[in-house]
Design a protein around this ligand. Structure first.
Ligand SMILES: Cc1cc2nc3c(=O)[nH]c(=O)nc-3n(C[C@H](O)[C@H](O)[C@H](O)COP(=O)(O)OP(=O)(O)OC[C@H]3O[C@@H](n4cnc5c(N)ncnc54)[C@H](O)[C@@H]3O)c2cc1C
Length: 308
């Protein structure tokens, strides 16, 4: 049961200092983080879209502590969108944002996050694409859904994420499916207490399937975000049964994970979107990737002891 321990460490400043300073960490981080700057990321975008993949871009960062950092996060996305304009890729490259990075946890954070994210959504619409609001820990979700609803009044394509491990999610899925939203379904990546979330993998998988059915049979646009082969075939079958065409739902996976499978699904004609994270504040994102798969942690620890 290493996952919860790693997720607890993802919130520890001491561990953050230790791990980010470790000389070999960077090599392992590079598997999941596509670059540090906009200049690094533009060739990655060109390469992946050239292979028939679609992207959702994440400028890594979360848990900021000052309004200035929230403004800097907004500006980082605006710079990225400005660079994407020249590539003319439209909705093939969308943005994923974490509202915590836009100031959600600061005093007056709900309004602050909304004020910071709105210009990003506007700029994305200006280049023919959209934004999806990531789901963070359960205490932030009422605010995230309220921001989502507000943004959809002007930008109905704005998407949001729901997490199958939370008990609340089946009701959220029914509401969102009925309102015609773009909804990304994930299993869930945070450490959540038993009062609010399934703890057992099998229960989470069963909940994922139930929620997926609600989305596939509803009026929205389902974004099936998982690397789990079983869930991917179930999603294909459900989409067929619900009479959805290939452009009426999409698959999503993370940069660096099951890359061959991403290309295979795209070659079969599926919309396959890769969540592509970049930036320097990668600690929280990286630790969640370690927590998802013990082999990642073993690889990371091995790289720390064998330095060459
Ligand atoms: C596009 C996308 C966006 C996401 N957005 C959010 C979000 O907003 N909020 C949130 O809480 N979570 C988010 N997640 C993470 C998600 O909640 C899961 O933690 C993650 O996807 C692992 O679950 P899985 O469905 O792939 O299934 P799992 O059962 O965890 O994995 C299935 C198989 O996939 C492979 N795999 C999975 N994870 C890894 C990994 N880290 N390294 C190597 N191989 C791996 C392994 O082969 C594993 O056996 C997102 C995931 C994706 C794909």
């Amino acid at each position: 049961m290493l996952g919860p321990v790693i997720l607890a460490a993802s919130r520890s400043d001491r561990m953050r200092r230790l791990i980010t300073a470790a000389p070999v960490t960077k090599q392992v981080v590079d598997r999941f983080i596509a670059g540090e700057t906009v200049d690094d990321i533009v060739p990655v975008v060109e390469d992946l879209t050239g292979k028939g993949l679609q992207l959702t871009m994440d400028v890594v960062g979360e848990d900021i502590t000052t309004p200035e950092q929230a403004t800097a996060a907004r500006d980082a996305y605006l710079t990225l969108i400005d660079r994407l304009k020249d590539l003319n890729l439209g909705e093939r490259v969308e943005m994923s944002v974490k509202l915590s990075m836009f100031g959600q946890a600061l005093p007056g954070g709900h309004e602050l996050a909304l004020a910071n994210v709105r210009p990003v959504v506007e700029a994305a619409a200006g280049i023919g694409t959209t934004v999806t609001l990531d789901a963070e820990d359960h205490t932030t979700l009422d605010s995230m859904f309220a921001v989502h609803e507000e943004l959809r009044k002007d930008f109905p394509q704005t998407g949001c994420v729901i997490q199958a491990y939370l008990f609340r999610t089946e009701a959220d899925a029914r509401r969102l499916a009925a309102s015609g939203s773009r909804v990304r379904l994930v299993k869930g990546a945070y450490k959540e207490p038993a009062e609010v979330a399934h703890q057992n993998k099998h229960e989470i998988d069963k909940a994922y399937v139930r929620i997926l059915r609600t989305l596939m049979e509803g009026d929205g646009y389902p974004m099936v975000a998982s690397h789990d082969p079983r869930l991917i075939s179930i999603a294909q079958e459900m989409a067929r049964t619900a009479g959805r065409k290939l452009d009426e739902y999409e698959f999503q996976m993370l940069y660096g994970i099951r890359t061959e499978e991403q290309l295979r699904l795209a070659a079969e004609g599926h919309r396959m979107r890769v969540y592509t994270a970049y930036g320097t504040d990668w600690y929280g994102y990286f630790m969640r990737r370690l927590a998802e798969k013990p082999a990642n942690l073993r690889f990371f620890l091995r790289s720390m002891v064998t330095k060459d």
